[in-house]
Design a protein around this ligand. Structure first.
Ligand code: HSE
Length: 310
């Protein structure tokens, strides 16, 4: 048995614009890394946390990685065991790129291997969701599931974690632009109205269904015209400076569609081909440059691997 295991879990795009709390997509990088090792002192301890400038709690019960591992140990009936975690945050915090989810995912993947539990990645989903819930304030798998399993994931029901991986059309590229401002998921959820008008519900369900159809039929044009958020985007756009300028820049540069990544402030665009994706990223960044907000661009294909051991 190895005494130390390191795992990587990638960033993810919650909601994918068209499916609030029900769709998620993994990107190649960046991602968080967690090192797990056995300890003689029973219980789960965060031994080290880097990359967060001291902003995230080290107390196990408040740490997404710590809580996720506690749930895993409870499940296998090994609360007696001692585990130390080093959490290396490589994703920006409060970015809408699934940072809390990635730490929870990397932690359970590392500990699962360390203890040779025999559980599959899919089995680890509820524990990582329980960990992520500490930060986001809700039990939703739209970041955890893609970060863990990879690909584009549909969550039919978050309570029972009825999740399904969807086909990824060839040539589909993803651009994420992260403007250097912070939006906390808890706060971005708190501003949402609890009700959706019937007309809006009809429009949004049709778009979600058509988006999924486009993935199954590899019809990128349908994917593009279905990528519209009539429910959440109009309420959260105000949290992202220059949101509409960046969105217009993406569409003018040839994106299939563009919306908010998770709870924001990151924005994502889907594109056909790497060249278009490169152009779209630069155009979106210019919109943030214009209002003197620094931003980072991440371009990749959809990550179909998810979390892995390093
Ligand atoms: N579905 C979540 C939200 C993703 O939009 O609030 C962020 O955790």
């Amino acid at each position: 048995m190895r005494t130390e295991i390191r795992a990587f879990a990638p960033a993810s795009i919650g909601n994918v614009g068209v499916g609030f709390d029900t769709l998620g997509m993994a990107i190649a990088a960046p991602g968080d890394e967690v090192v797990a090792r056995l300890s003689t002192q029973s219980g789960v301890r965060i031994a080290l946390q880097t990359g967060d400038n001291g902003r995230l709690p080290l107390e196990t019960e408040k740490n997404t990685a710590g809580v996720a591992v506690q749930h895993l140990l409870a499940h296998i009936g090994r609360m007696d065991i001692g585990i130390e975690l080093d959490v290396h945050k490589k994703l920006p915090l409060g970015s809408g790129m699934g940072s809390s989810a990635a730490s929870a995912v990397a932690a359970v993947v590392a500990v699962n291997e360390l203890l040779s539990t025999g559980l599959t990645k899919r089995d680890l989903l509820p524990f990582a969701c329980a960990g992520e819930q500490v930060a986001s304030g809700g039990f939703h798998a739209d970041n955890v599931a893609p970060s863990l399993l990879g690909g584009i994931v549909l969550i039919r029901d978050n309570a029972t974690l009825d999740v399904h991986q969807l086909p990824v059309p060839e040539g589909l590229f993803v651009v994420v632009v992260h403007p250097n401002v912070q939006v906390l998921t808890k706060e971005a959820r708190a501003i949402l109205k609890p009700d959706v008008p019937l007309k809006t519900h009809v429009l949004q369900s049709a778009h979600l269904a058509a988006f999924v159809t486009g993935l199954f039929t590899h019809d990128l044009a349908l994917v593009g015209r279905s990528l519209r958020d009539y429910v959440i985007e109009p309420q959260r756009a105000q949290l992202i400076p220059a949101f509409y300028d960046a969105q217009k820049a993406a569409m003018d540069a040839g994106a299939l569609g563009c919306s908010i990544s998770g709870a924001g402030p990151s924005m994502f665009a889907l594109c056909e081909g790497e060249e278009v994706a490169g152009r779209v990223g630069v155009s979106m960044q210019r919109a943030f440059d214009h209002i003197i907000i620094k931003s980072s661009i991440y371009t990749s294909e959809v990550n179909q691997t998810g979390a892995y051991l390093m």
